[in-house]
Design a protein around this ligand. Structure first.
Ligand code: 13P
Length: 337
């Protein structure tokens, strides 16, 4: 087994998933504004160190994705954040793209940047303790989108990123996110997501990326937020599995879904059904940002000194997600807190 494959499996095995705490300062500020907490370096640290020292970390969280600011921070007890994460047996990850910018040639769409100087930044992150990374490509969806240009440009960037990350001895998370925004049907989402993922693997192959040492982080197959279409978790699971079975090479060890604006409960219930129906060899787990942190953030914002209370809420969410990653979640357990 290659070292990279071992890292990927360590992150994803035994019902563990990923805590995506890599919101950029701008995004974190939006999240903190929404609960009326001032976004400064210290408050961002306090919330995150509260989560990273929760008791569910060792059982549920195989890896934590950080933002550049956080990987360099020290806790109030003078431990480095990577040290704190490693204490629970979890691996340290880092977002390495520099964000999505307007795509020249198709100005409503975006291209993710960050390839220039990436080799040097990766060496720096490795020294800081990172063993896996994330890069997110983002795709609009409608009648005319994503365009061929956006599909091709983002796949190219994702694959060049992945090759550089493996060269630096880390596992790349490949995240092509087809957004939930819009009035498209679930069938449209299936069709367009399939095209997007397919192109990513074509480019990964061209760039000689070892797929056994990667993790795919896709969206689930869902109807657009404004479509009015109602669809069950069972149907979502079937469509999502179909999409992955038909477009992801079997050498990829695992898939860690993003939550993408689903509620905490939807993201958990849908992952649970995916695992009940999973007839592939892929590990299917979570790499959630909002669906792991939303309730904890709301609670914390009311009294940022209530560390135990905040951790209790986060622990419940992480435990529910880990049950879902094994197909063992239920509505009763959800309400048992
Ligand atoms: P959400 O789960 O909130 O979509 O975040 C996951 C993520 O890492 C987006 O890049």
């Amino acid at each position: 087994m290659s070292e990279l494959n071992k890292i990927a499996l360590q992150i994803l095995s035994n019902g563990k998933g990923i805590l995506a705490a890599d919101e950029s300062t701008a995004t974190m500020t939006k999240r903190l504004d929404s609960v009326k907490v001032h976004s400064d370096e210290n408050n961002r640290l306090l919330f995150r160190q509260t989560l990273f020292s929760s008791s569910s970390m060792s059982k549920c969280i195989g890896g934590v994705i950080l933002y550049d600011e956080t990987i360099r921070q020290r806790t109030t007890n003078e431990k480095s954040i990577p040290e704190l994460i490693k204490l629970s047996g979890s691996l340290v990850g880092i977002k390495v793209d520099t964000g999505a910018k307007i795509l020249a040639g198709s100005k409503e769409e975006k291209i993710t940047e960050g390839l220039d100087g990436l080799r040097e930044r990766l060496n720096d992150y490795y020294e800081l303790g990172a063993r896996f990374t994330k890069w997110r490509g983002v795709y609009l969806i409608s009648d005319k989108y994503p365009s061929k240009l956006s599909i091709s440009a983002n796949a190219h960037a994702l694959a060049r990123y992945a090759a550089l990350v493996q060269e630096a001895g880390m596992v790349p998370i490949i995240e092509p996110e087809v957004l939930m925004d819009g009035d498209h049907s679930a069938k449209d989402c299936l069709m367009k997501t399939s095209e997007v993922i397919n192109k990513c693997f074509e480019e990964l192959d061209l760039n000689n990326v070892d797929l056994k040492g990667t993790i795919l982080k896709p969206n689930m197959i869902l109807p657009g937020k404004n479509s009015g279409e109602k669809i069950s978790s069972e149907e979502i699971a079937e469509l999502t599995i179909d999409c992955l079975k038909n477009n992801v090479p079997s050498s990829v060890p695992g898939i860690a879904f993003l939550s993408g604006g689903q509620t905490e409960k939807e993201a958990t219930a849908n992952l649970n059904q995916i695992n009940i129906k999973n007839n592939t060899n892929f590990i299917m787990t979570y790499s959630y940002g909002r669906a792991l942190q939303q309730s904890a953030l709301k609670f914390w914002s009311k009294d940022i000194k209530n560390i135990i209370g905040t951790q209790k809420i986060f622990d419940h969410r992480a435990n529910m997600c880990t049950l879902a990653a094994q197909g063992k979640w239920s509505e009763n357990l959800e309400n048992s807190q």
